[in-house]
Design a binder for this molecule. Structure first.
Ligand code: SAH
Length: 201
């Protein structure tokens, strides 16, 4: 976690959660030796588990409070969702690829985190049944800020989303104001796999 501190992660709750979660459980065993290096890895279906720094960065921007209700788009390896669950929030995560969603049925920490729920669906649609959310985090490169996800945010709620800007994405934090309008803060550039519309599989 010292690497993350050096890179500017200061939220102690984020650092503590990431220290408590063994990252090698989220990777294919071939990567055991290097699971703790600060880099992204392939999972399956051409997808990746985000670099720890990216996970820490997005989670810190989200300003997580215990008991927040948080929607994540892009379950992937379940690593980011586990970090949220470990922080004591009510976490909902959506994956559009059936193969990856099916893997969540064998999630090894299922008993430990009853506060984490998995959904198969298209993140552009969000989860209207469970809305509104205090926070929304998107972990794939979004072509735009999905309007339905703004709708599903509470007033005063925040969304952290990497939005396409050429080949990279600009990390944005959107805040929904009392009158329903939004304000936007821009942060560093990152590189994510694309957020695609519709389900697959
Ligand atoms: N949060 C993940 C990162 C996975 S990479 C982790 O911690 O490992 C991004 C994931 O977003 C991929 O699994 C991809 O299939 C998924 N994805 C892309 N577009 C999506 C959409 N519209 N709805 C839901 N998931 C999506």
């Amino acid at each position: 976690m010292d690497t993350l501190r050096v890179k500017g992660i200061t939220d102690e709750a984020v650092l503590a959660a990431m220290t408590n979660i063994p990252r090698h459980f989220f990777l294919d065993s071939a990567f055991d030796e290097i699971a703790y290096e600060d880099r992204a890895f392939p999972i399956s279906e051409g997808q990746t588990i985000s670099q720890p720094y990216t996970v820490a960065y997005q989670t810190q921007l989200l300003q997580v409070k215990p008991f927040d209700k948080i929607l994540e788009i892009g379950t992937g390896s379940i690593y980011q969702a586990t970090v949220l669950a470990e922080m004591g929030v009510k976490a909902f995560t959506i994956e559009r690829q059936k193969v990856l969603f099916d893997k969540t049925k064998n999630y090894i920490f299922k008993a430990k985190y009853p506060n984490l729920k998995f959904f198969f669906g298209d993140g552009f649609e969000g989860l209207p049944t469970f809305a509104p959310f205090d926070k929304v985090i998107i972990t794939a490169a979004a072509p735009l800020v999905p309007p339905k996800l703004i709708e599903q945010l509470k007033s005063g709620g925040k969304m952290v989303i990497p939005v396409n800007e050429g080949v990279h994405q600009r990390m944005l934090r959107i805040t929904k104001k009392e009158d329903g309008s939004t304000s936007e803060e821009a942060f560093e550039n990152f590189s994510f796999v694309p957020m695609l519309a519709g389900k697959r599989g």
